[in-house]
Design a binder for this molecule. Structure first.
Ligand SMILES: Cc1ncc(COP(=O)(O)O)c(C=O)c1O
Length: 363
């Protein structure tokens, strides 16, 4: 198949009525409401990628011996389409998600999807379901591309056949409390990823492995979990689904480096660029949890925030752990956090110029 395929379009015979859609879009929450269509593309060894379709969203039939159900060859992505002020729509840096998806596939020994086909598939779905992009403040259409191993076999080996799929979900804010400060729990029981593992791939297994730690955080009354490195249990890595930044009294920023155990976030990369555009110093260097505690107490550390496509930029107000209780700044949204969040959101939503060409308008 060439890299700019024609998707077979199979329109929904009974799409959601406009009045019902408006009702759903008024308060969609996160990841609970879905649009009418989905993309599917198949991969068969020897034939390559084939049968690209936009079809009515429906259940997927899998043989019980499909390899994904046994050995977890599954990867996914998350990106958003935003309503533009002129009524059009744009994606934010889908090329980076396409690249990360290919790298995740390679790490999980799955068939890599050509990056142009990834972007094309996402654009095709947004186009088909463009009436589902919320125009509410903070709303967007969250796109979830994913791929599973469909070969029917029980031997442990890379599968020969795959199903790639994209679904879409209109969303509001990720955290129930909106964009205000969150509290995070330092997991000392569980780690997320070790050197040589799958930490920098976006595979479902990483998230399955994080759920006990997330449950521990909820039990402790915190919103999210933060993981430390697996070797020394000392260095701050990332949250369950977000990267982390620290802001210091001298105005500089720091974020953990990409050494293979954390996800290379699109939001993380964009914020590093925006901060440097603003003349701020950004270091990609390790930061220890004890240092975090000491710097917060001394006032050296003034702000901390988490970032990701889903949660955008979310201030961290408080950090708790077995023998820790850290309040960052005054537990409120800091000025640098707000400035960076506003700069990012303004570009994503078309309220500001786009000097780096990150917006990809829907044609
Ligand atoms: C573990 C993890 N870290 C970081 C991120 C942030 O990545 P991005 O900014 O690309 O959404 C995500 C979300 O995708 C994630 O799941």
């Amino acid at each position: 198949m060439n890299e700019t395929p024609t998707f077979d379009r199979i329109p929904h015979s009974a799409p959601t009525a406009p009045a019902r859609r408006a009702e759903l879009l008024a308060d969609p929450g996160f990841g609970r409401v879905f649009t009418d269509h989905m993309v599917t593309i198949r991969y068969t060894e020897g034939r390559g990628w084939h049968t690209p379709r936009i079809e009515p969203r429906a259940a997927i039939t899998l043989d019980p011996a499909s390899m994904v159900l046994h050995y977890a060859q599954e990867i996914f992505e998350g990106l958003k389409a935003y309503r533009m002020p002129d009524g059009g729509a744009a994606l934010f840096r889908p090329d980076l998600n396409a690249r990360r998806f290919r790298r995740s596939a390679e790490r999980l020994a799955m068939a890599p999807l050509p990056e142009a086909l990834f972007v094309e598939s996402v654009q095709a779905l947004v186009h088909a379901d463009r009436d589902w992009i919320p125009d509410t403040d903070g709303g967007s259409l969250y796109l979830r591309p994913f791929m599973v191993a469909t070969e029917v076999a029980l031997g442990v080996k890379p599968a020969a056949d795959y199903l790639y799929c994209v679904i879409a979900s209109p969303v509001g804010s990720y955290f129930k409390g909106g964009s205000g400060p969150v509290s995070i729990w330092v997991s000392e029981t569980y780690t997320r990823a070790a050197t040589g593992g799958t930490g920098e791939a976006k595979c479902g297994g990483n998230y399955a492995a994080s759920l006990c730690a997330q449950a521990e955080a909820y039990r402790e009354g915190c919103d999210q979990v933060v993981f430390l490195d697996a070797a020394e249990r000392r260095w701050v890595e990332e949250l369950g689904g977000m990267n982390v930044f620290f802001v210091f009294a001298d105005g500089s920023l720091q974020t953990p480096p990409l050494t293979g155990t954390i996800l290379p976030g699109v939001t993380r990369a964009s914020l590093i660029t925006l901060a440097r555009d603003m003349g701020l110093v950004v270091r990609e260097e390790r930061y220890g949890i004890d240092q975090w505690q000491a710097d917060a107490a001394s006032g050296q550390l003034t702000e901390a925030f988490a970032c990701g496509t889903a949660a955008v930029v979310t201030p961290i107000g408080r950090v708790r752990g077995q023998n820790r209780d850290i309040t960052v700044g005054h537990g409120e949204t800091g000025a640098t956090t707000k400035r960076l969040r506003d700069a990012l959101v303004d570009i994503q939503r078309g309220h500001a110029a786009d000097p780096h060409g990150w917006r990809v308008p829907l044609v």
